[in-house]
Ligand binder design. Structure first.
Ligand code: PMP
Length: 324
């Protein structure tokens, strides 16, 4: 769909995948006025197509749009449009368990303008891509490097929005971590480099002496939909998550006293990603002997079963595509 200030969104359409044409001076290119989302469609055993909490993605899209001075989208209409698109492209939702169709909605500023100001024209589009299983050989722990030099976002910045600039600022640290054999970086706060924020493309949880803790939403971390779901699921199970600040010193002390029981990341791509090792300034903290913890496994199994329709959707998270 296209947006023109004063007129609103128009020209809703489904077109074959192809390059789009933009003016070389489009605001998205120089000032990064762009936001996006990421969610997945799953194929259940009975062949039905299931979306995990799409309304949460479009709510977050609107929060990101607001932060970037971009126009809101109608959440219901966006989901309707997505369901229409999925009906057309149904064959691309993989049948093989573990595989899924990744859905990426974007809004970009298309107006050609050299001054720094919010655009008056935008384009909203959704692309789809089948993706393989995150875990080829079953769920397994990853190694994470705690980042001390670079920061992804600071309080008051755009860290809470799903916008390109946050990922651009992360590239340098990610490249270094990958070269050293780590799968992702763990970000610390940008002021004191003391408190844990999140991981490259995941939020992070710690189980310390029986208590599950995750950094509180503070304006600089991305409020993950998987994070939210894990918090709701654990509350449903009667074991509430503590959302608060957690420092690297506290983690190191918990590790030293044998109380750091589990660490796991949460995100659309991996669902749950157990962490087997944290490297903080060269200090290696092995978690749960580098193995997948019982809680991580249980959460992974439950969430993937709900997504695939193999377990009752007790919290009503799934939108099923009605067959045409
Ligand atoms: N943090 C960042 C920076 C991310 O890119 C993602 C992936 N969208 C997440 C956290 C996890 O969010 P979600 O659970 O909504 O995928």
């Amino acid at each position: 769909a296209d947006y023109v200030k004063g007129t609103g969104w128009q020209n809703h359409r489904i077109v074959p995948y192809a390059p789009i044409s933009l003016d070389p001076a489009a605001i998205v290119f120089h000032y990064g006025q762009t936001v996006f989302e990421g969610l997945k469609a799953y194929r259940a055993k009975d062949d039905s197509i299931r979306l995990f909490r799409p309304e949460e993605n479009f709510k977050r899209l609107n929060r990101s749009l607001d932060r970037l001075c971009m126009p809101q989208v109608d959440e219901e209409k966006a989901i309707e449009g997505l369901l229409e698109l999925l009906k057309v492209e149904e064959e691309w939702v993989p049948k093989l368990e573990g595989n899924s169709l990744y859905i990426r909605p974007f809004v970009i500023a298309t107006e050609a303008f050299l001054g720094v100001a919010p655009a008056t024209t935008y384009q909203f589009y959704i692309i789809l891509s089948p993706v393989g299983s995150y875990y080829e050989e079953g769920i397994h722990p990853v190694k994470i490097l705690v980042e001390n030099e670079f920061v992804r976002a600071v309080k008051g910045g755009t860290g809470g929005a799903k916008t390109a600039g946050n990922y651009a600022s992360a590239l340098k640290a990610q490249e270094t971590a990958t070269a050293q054999g780590y799968s992702q970086v763990m970000w610390l706060d940008g002021v004191e480099r003391k408190y844990v924020e999140e991981v490259g493309s995941m939020n992070i949880f710690f189980k310390i002496d029986g208590e599950v803790i995750t950094p509180a939403v503070n304006g600089s971390i991305l409020e993950g939909i998987t994070r939210k779901s894990i918090i709701e699921l654990l509350a449903h199970w009667g074991t509430p998550v503590t959302e608060r600040k957690i420092s690297m010193e506290e983690l190191a002390a918990a590790h030293a006293s044998g109380k750091l029981e589990e660490v796991f990341g949460t995100g659309t791509a991996a669902v749950i990603s157990p962490v087997g090792e944290l490297n903080w300034n060269g200090k290696i903290m092995t978690v749960n002997e580098g193995k997948t913890g019982a809680l991580s496994k249980k959460l992974y199994d439950t969430l993937t079963k709900i997504q695939l329709g193999d377990e009752e959707d007790a919290l009503q998270w799934v939108t099923e595509l009605t067959p045409s």
